[in-house]
Design a protein around this ligand. Structure first.
Ligand code: FAD
Ligand code: 2HG
Ligand code: ZN
Length: 489
């Protein structure tokens, strides 16, 4: 197609007919559960399912199905598998690598109706819920019981927990609560032939055989559809403190991180890095008072979570004094109440939304050893300037280059903000960025996944042997290949 010139529709997949649609309508039994663009024009209704959050990927799906139960999902997939109809599972559609958008005419299976919270064990903290629950809703539910969902990210108001698990999202507090590979205790998933894999263990320990659910964590809908989850929630800390620092160099940001771990130790719950460019852009787009008076090349946001507010606040202030007097940080502020905490976080969480303002961004979500992590931002900026692509006028496709991310997890978000997506820019960026990462034994996909954006580059972070094994797993689980085709591997 024009959208993806290097891809062709796999002729093995059947094209949707009115008979197929009639089967789904009969199965789901209510008009609102099917968006039918096969029998009539439904382009406007289909559009939100055919376009991603960044407006970068566009699909041609003509049928959206909204199952209401695991049984519905099972019957849909069995029918699709038998009739060679390709599908794309879709959660909140906030993914950043094009994984949730069909490439051609795949059927979208949208999980939003499956949004029941089933149970919560107040003793152990294990939460049983449907995959289509919105992350923020799940967190609010456990908050009332004194617990916290072990994942938090900027898209929490619309992403689904099933989408989070399927991308193995990392987010803002992985440093404290670890990865979903540890906190997902149980899972129910439907395989492409309709088989229901029930592994809804609610206990932390279960070493009976291969841990198959792990394969679905980060599988991006290529092996089956996740329908239910058991998630280990942590005790919510009653005392939260947040500080924001301005720093003169990236070396100093590394020192501040080392000191934060040493001095704040068990109460440290987030350590985020923002460069000066990202903060200037947020200020330009949103306005408002900046947290610190002067501009700095780097900022760090530090959060502590503990059980004793006074003790934690004292510890944080002492830490601040120490790094200030040793000239590790140039300036800093500690939030005094909940609204100031929210405000400081908004300077970090708001970046993703603001930087798309000029038209789009090329995103590289990468893991790099900390000592080298930020230098890629300078190098990419220099390359784009030297190629005459970065500047202030409409002639220049690139507005700016910036970096921010989860410093505590060695995870940088390199973003190239553009006025338009442009082939010349792409040529400067790729494969250069991936080669740079490979040389440092980094990962080309730290937390967002592969989707369509990175499927051709997996070899920069995984060996041929490992990719071969992954392909065998894909064939074992999905022999007909209907699950989210053209992506991942
Ligand atoms: P979708 O986008 O709908 O889908 C993502 C992938 O999962 C697709 O491949 C889809 O096919 C598959 N999928 C979805 N649901 C299911 C299911 N039930 N079964 C099987 N497959 C399924 N990510 C981070 O890791 N950390 C961050 O800090 C972070 N911050 C973000 C901030 C913003 C503002 C935005 C827009 C995105 C951010 N992301 C972040 C990206 C992140 O991947 C998503 O926000 C989230 O995890 C995806 O959930 P979703 O429900 O929107 O999934
Ligand atoms: C974040 O940490 C997200 O804010 C999004 O992972 C990163 O937009 C990005 O590049
Ligand atoms: Zn992130």
């Amino acid at each position: 197609t024009d959208t993806y010139p290097s891809l062709t529709r796999d002729p093995r997949f059947a094209k949707l007919t009115p008979e197929h649609v009639a089967f789904f309508k009969e199965l789901l039994g209510q008009d609102s559960a099917v968006i039918d663009g096969v029998n009539a024009n439904a382009d406007a209704d289909l559009e939100p399912f055919n376009e991603d959050w960044m407006h970068k990927y566009k699909g041609q799906c003509r049928l959206v199905l909204k199952p209401g139960s695991t049984e519905d999902v099972s019957k849909i997939l069995r029918y699709c598998n038998e009739n060679k109809l390709a599908v794309v599972p879709q959660g909140g559609n906030t993914g950043l690598v094009g994984g949730s958008i069909p490439v051609f005419d795949e059927i979208v299976i949208s999980m939003g109706r499956m949004n029941t919270i089933h149970s919560f064990d107040e003793m152990s903290g294990s939460l049983v819920l449907d995959a289509g629950c919105i992350l923020e809703v799940a967190d609010q539910y456990v908050a009332e019981k004194g617990y916290i969902f072990p994942l938090d990210l900027g898209a929490k108001g619309s992403c689904h927990v099933g989408g989070n698990v399927s991308t193995n999202a990392g987010g803002l507090r992985l440093l404290r609560y670890g990865s979903l590979h540890g906190s997902v205790l149980g899972m129910e998933a439907v395989l492409p032939d309709g088989t229901v894999m029930n592994d809804m263990c609610t206990l932390r320990k279960n070493n009976t055989g291969y841990d198959l659910k792990q394969l679905f964590i980060g599988a991006e809908g290529t092996l089956g559809i996740v329908t239910k989850l058991v998630v280990q929630c942590a005790q919510r800390s009653p005392a939260i403190n947040v500080a924001l620092f301005g720093l003169e160099s990236y070396e100093k940001a590394q020192k501040a991180f080392r000191e934060a771990k040493l001095q704040l130790s068990e109460i440290l719950s987030a350590f985020e890095l923002m460069d000066g460019t990202s903060q200037r852009l947020v200020h330009k787009i949103r306005g408002g008072n900046k947290p610190l008076e002067n501009d700095y090349p780097f900022y760090c946001l530090v959060e502590t979570s503990g059980s004793n507010s006074e003790h934690d606040y004292e510890k944080l202030e002492k830490f601040l004094e120490d790094v200030m007097s040793n000239e590790v940080i140039a300036d800093g502020v500690v939030a005094q109440d909940a609204s100031q905490i929210k405000n400081l976080w908004s300077w970090r969480e708001g970046i993703t939304e603001c930087i798309g303002h000029w038209g789009g961004t090329y995103k590289y979500d990468v893991s790099i050893p900390l000592s080298d992590m930020y230098s890629i931002v300078h190098e990419v900026k220099d390359r784009l300037s030297a190629a005459g692509l970065l500047g202030d006028t409409d002639k220049h496709p690139v507005v700016d280059v910036l970096g921010y991310g989860h410093m505590g997890d060695s995870n940088l978000h390199l973003n190239i903000c553009v006025r338009r997506y442009d082939k010349e820019v792409e040529k400067v960026l790729e494969p250069y960025v991936y080669e740079w990462i490979e040389k440092r034994q980094g990962s080309i996909s730290a937390e967002h996944g592969l989707g369509l954006a990175k499927k051709n580059y997996i070899g920069y972070s995984r060996s041929g042997t490992m990719i071969g094994l992954m392909k065998q797993i894909k064939t074992l689980y999905d022999p007909v290949g209907i699950m989210n085709p053209y992506k991942y591997i």
